[in-house]
Design a protein around this ligand. Structure first.
Ligand code: NAD
Ligand code: DAU
Length: 396
């Protein structure tokens, strides 16, 4: 029986991780710690909150008294830190909050876990810890910076390593926009306040490992998509706007490339790293699934129209006529400041060491995601009430 402290689990990926784990393991306890910022929503985890295996604590990962209390009250085996300010655009307008939560909050979690798990010191003066404990920092490909100069027309993606090929089983995408990929050894080179704050967090996690031999893993994942994604991010924002017949804002020329991964595949990878990742190691997680933003928007338009035609009952959620849903809705708006051009994760190490691969083909994942939004408009309305409207009007 393991007890997990999962922070930020009222948000997008944390919630999907908790759902995945509760389904997979019967013998499990999960303590959720979430501040319930604009991005955290109890409606996202309403079923899980009724589960006797789950405890919910509302609070800040930076609150030392509260986090120490959680460790005193629960025999935590694993910490999985999802809690963060996660949106690049918001980091451009309010960088300080990102440093506060993402760096100082992470350091507080590390320190409280270290105190709770420490048993003594070894002959060299390094702390020793109770068996089987681990802290996992959920990080991002954005810490590696941007593959700005390595940008070409789409080329076939050839995976040369036979061991990786046999793991990904031909599920990988068909093209890439450059020769270079981020590996775990790529130097950290963040560009935005968000990615700098996530890099700061990664570095303090590494410092705890090197200085105190604290048991950690860091995972660095590419762009996730799927259910419960807050509609400030590209994919859920585009789905929401299409259904309302609103314009679809694409930054700059729409050429920027992201590598998209279905969120459940990310949850699965984190579980595997917790179980089998070597202590102190970084693991990249990615979809082998690069695409330019404008093509993502077009794919979503095409998929919504197809679903509406194949299953006309979905048309009841439309606030516009289906004939209005076409590429003319796309508008090119001012570019994001310092907009990273291309991210491309190489998850070969994770595939080879842990047998993980991105299982969900993109077209299948996008269809599942769109169906989820069509069937869960109540959730969208709930999270988009309040401050969301003000944010949207300021942004677009
Ligand atoms: P999200 O914004 O949807 O959710 C963040 C959650 O953290 C919210 O529930 C929020 O209430 C909570 N939170 C924020 N500040 C907190 C604090 N100080 N104390 C406690 N809780 C707090 O984010 P997400 O997209 O689910 O991302 C989760 C993590 O994964 C983040 O660390 C992010 O950097 C990382 N990540 C995200 C992606 C992606 O594509 N979304 C990709 C790679 C890594
Ligand atoms: O790469 C992993 C990262 O992915 C995570 O670490 C972040 O937490 C997560 O927010 C995400 O960051 P991005 O900036 O890549 O995601 P976002 O959905 O904000 O934007 C995706 C791309 O789409 C990006 O190039 C900007 C562009 N975009 C975004 C929005 C919201 C648009 O063109 N129009 C939009 O309205």
């Amino acid at each position: 029986m393991k007890t997990y402290l999962v922070t930020g689990a009222a948000g997008f990926i944390g919630a999907n991780f908790v759902k995945y784990m509760l389904k997979k393991y019967e013998d499990i306890h999960i303590v959720i710690l979430d501040k319930l910022t604009y991005a955290g929503n109890l409606g996202t985890i309403k079923t899980e909150l009724k589960d006797p295996r789950v405890k919910f604590v509302k609070g800040d990962i930076g609150n030392e008294e509260l986090v120490s209390y959680i460790f005193a009250e629960n025999d935590i085996d694993y910490v999985v830190n999802f809690a963060a300010e996660s949106h690049v655009d918001r980091s451009i307008t309010n960088p300080q909050l990102f440093l506060q939560t993402n760096i100082l909050g992470t350091q507080n979690l590390l320190e409280c876990a270290k105190k709770a798990w420490m048993t003594g010191k070894d002959a060299d003066g390094y702390p020793t810890y109770r068996e089987g404990k681990k802290y996992l920092q959920v990080s991002t490909d954005e810490v590696y910076g941007s593959l700005n100069k390595d940008f070409v027309d789409p080329q076939p993606l050839v995976i040369k390593d036979e061991a990786v090929k046999s793991v990904v089983k031909g599920r990988s995408a068909i093209h890439t926009y450059g020769k270079y990929f981020f590996t775990e050894d790529t130097p950290l080179d963040p560009r935005s306040p968000y990615s700098s704050s996530k890099t700061g967090a990664d570095l303090i996690v590494r410092a705890y490992h090197e200085t105190y031999k604290f048991p950690v893993n860091i995972t660095r994942c590419s762009n996730n998509y799927g259910p419960y994604h807050f509609p400030e991010k590209l994919i859920p924002l585009i789905i929401k706007n299409i259904l309302e017949g609103k314009k679809l804002p694409v930054y700059g020329k729409g050429e920027n490339v992201r590598d998209w991964l279905y969120v459940e595949d990310h949850a699965k990878a984190i579980d595997m790293v917790l179980n089998s990742g070597r202590i102190g190691e970084v693991y990249n997680i990615g979809g082998f699934n690069e695409e330019q933003n404008v093509n993502i928007v077009k794919l979503i338009i095409d998929t919504v129209v197809r679903l509406m035609k194949e299953e006309p009952h979905y048309q009841k959620v439309l606030r516009t006529d289906i004939s209005n849903i076409n590429y003319d809705l796309i508008i090119y708006v001012g570019d994001r400041l310092g907009h990273d051009m291309r991210y491309a994760i190489d998850p070969s190490k994770t595939a080879k060491e842990l047998g993980w691969y991105p299982e969900t083909p993109f077209t299948e994942g996008i269809e599942k995601t769109i169906r989820w939004y069509l069937e869960n408009q109540d959730w969208v309305e709930e999270v988009a009430s309040g401050d969301y409207q003000k944010y949207y009007e300021q942004m677009y």
